[in-house]
Design a protein around this ligand. Structure first.
Ligand code: HEC
Length: 465
């Protein structure tokens, strides 16, 4: 995942449209807080296609301050002794009441689920039909030899009630969020996300045969998706995207880092009648194996803090994938994730930030021995040659910052990204708002910088009438 610069165009336009109508109606002076609140409640910035008439997505972010009684059935299962049983309990927990309502969680009768705030205001921002954000594309060949182009990956995450209480701490007031200290998700908090790709079923990715599919308004197809500036360029119709992966994270005191990570991959060879049941557990991860550096790995040591399901390795072989491994040197990772990283590694970087930090080791090098090594070990695997890479595989305790001086987002990259998006929005709109405020306070029409208003997307003649 690269650094993202956030897009402004779409965001500005509708913030300003609200500003204009607020002025015209004159109900009350529409100020920056109101605008922040409007954004907070915005489900998607992208229009619903005219040709689409099905249900549309609505954000649920009325985060509770406290949760009812702990609802965490996996706590009764020893995840190291019975990992497969543990995964089955999780699968049921994610699906219950959600599958029936197409993951429109507002209609789930079994338990409450919530979405992360402010994921709409970015280049990869939420599309309007399922609230999906655009993720790192699946590179050519990763899902098999027939996959001749990068596939778009789209995802939406759902937090359980205990998880949502942390969002309440920050986003209690959508117009004036507060985030002063490290957050820590309570034991029993969990979040999962559904990830779908735009593969054309049987030809491009045979493994996705029969996969559940959703409608989504995705990015216009292009040769590659390297340039984030192109991501707001969406179709004006809905496409079918197909289930590839379900990921989850569980705040659990039993894990050394306070979190357990897990992933399922769809396997079209499975015979389960219900296609949502054809998800095979990839494995679990409860630590980053900080001792397992390149030298140790090449000396034959293997992960101790991930369980990788033998079925996941069989799947990798079956795919004839261009990727050499799921996660870095045998750690857990999912089919849509970069193999130079791992679940817990990437997520340990989550912090209160104003721009996206580096989430993975820089890059790896393919050696003439056919192996992959971190860039620092290019000339030979010597002690510490991968020290920079191993920074990403420390076991950061839950609620502790990745770097000194940071405020921890406790492994939640969605909490971090929502905050980043909000900061960008503040920056985008601040200047215009200040001038607007002067005008409303003095009660006299004042010259408003048309250039600045134009930047906000408003037509100056409307505002300064
Ligand atoms: C290289 C980075 C990277 C790796 C590796 C990675 N993720 Fe994530 N993950 C992200 C980012 C960025 C987001 C937030 C963006 C989004 O959801 O659109 C995210 C979001 C999530 C969420 C939603 C809640 C949250 O914490 O933001 C879950 C759950 C999750 N990932 C689980 C996993 C699991 C399980 C794995 C391994 C199988 C994994 N991730 C591997 C980067 C990564």
């Amino acid at each position: 995942m690269r650094h993202w610069r956030l897009f402004h165009l779409v965001g500005r336009r509708s913030a300003a449209a609200v500003l204009v109508s607020g002025t015209a109606i004159g109900a009350h002076n529409y100020g920056p807080e109101d605008a922040a609140k409007t954004e907070f409640q915005t489900s998607s910035k992208f229009p619903i296609p005219q040709s689409y008439s099905g249900p549309v997505w609505k954000i649920r972010n009325d985060y509770p301050a406290t949760a009812g009684k702990t609802d965490a059935p996996w706590q009764a299962v020893d995840f190291k002794k019975h990992p497969e049983r543990f995964c089955e309990v999780i699968k049921r927990y994610c699906m219950e009441g959600n599958k029936e309502v197409d993951f429109n969680v507002q209609h789930n009768r079994k338990r409450n689920w919530y979405h992360a705030a402010w994921l709409h205001y970015a280049e990869n921002g939420r599309e309007p039909i399922h609230g999906l954000t655009f993720e790192r594309p699946v590179s050519t060949g990763e899902l098999g030899a027939n996959q001749k182009r990068p596939l778009q990956a789209w995802t939406c995450g759902y937090y359980n009630e205990l998880g949502a209480t942390v969002f309440n701490q920050v986003w209690k007031d959508g117009s004036a969020p507060q985030w002063d200290t490290h957050v820590r998700f309570p034991n029993g908090a969990m979040v999962f996300k559904v990830l779908m790709v735009d593969a054309k079923d049987d030809e491009e990715a045979p493994i996705l045969k029969g996969a559940p599919s959703w409608d989504a308004v995705i990015v216009k197809e292009r040769e590659n998706y390297d340039d984030p500036q192109t991501w707001p360029d969406r179709n004006d119709y809905a496409s079918k995207i197909r289930l590839l992966q379900v990921d989850y994270a569980i705040a659990d005191d039993r894990a050394p880092i306070g979190w357990i990570w897990g992933s399922f991959m769809y396997d079209g060879r499975r015979k389960d009648k219900d296609p949502w049941e054809r998800l095979t557990p990839m494995g679990l991860q409860w630590g980053n194996d900080p001792q397992l550096d390149q030298q140790a790995y090449e000396a034959g040591e293997r992960v101790k803090e991930s369980w990788v399901n033998p079925a996941a390795n069989e799947l990798l072989g079956y795919l004839h994938s261009s990727r050499p491994m799921w996660g870095w040197n045998g750690r857990l990772n999912g089919p849509a994730d970069n193999f130079i990283s791992a679940c817990a590694s990437c997520h340990s970087t989550a912090a209160k930030a104003t721009d996206l930090p580096l989430l993975t080791q820089d890059s790896v090098v393919h050696t003439n021995r056919g192996t992959y090594v971190p860039a620092g070990c290019k000339k030979g695997v010597t002690p510490g040659c991968d020290a920079a890479a191993m920074e990403f595989f420390r076991n950061i305790p839950a609620g502790k910052p990745y770097k000194e001086g940071q405020i921890s987002a406790d492994y939640s990259l969605q909490l971090m990204m929502g905050w980043i998006n909000y900061q960008h929005w503040l920056k985008d709109s601040n200047q215009g708002w200040m001038e607007y405020a002067i005008r409303t306070v003095t009660g006299r029409p004042r010259y408003i910088s048309t250039r600045r208003l134009a930047r906000m997307g408003a037509s100056p003649t409307h505002v300064d009438e």
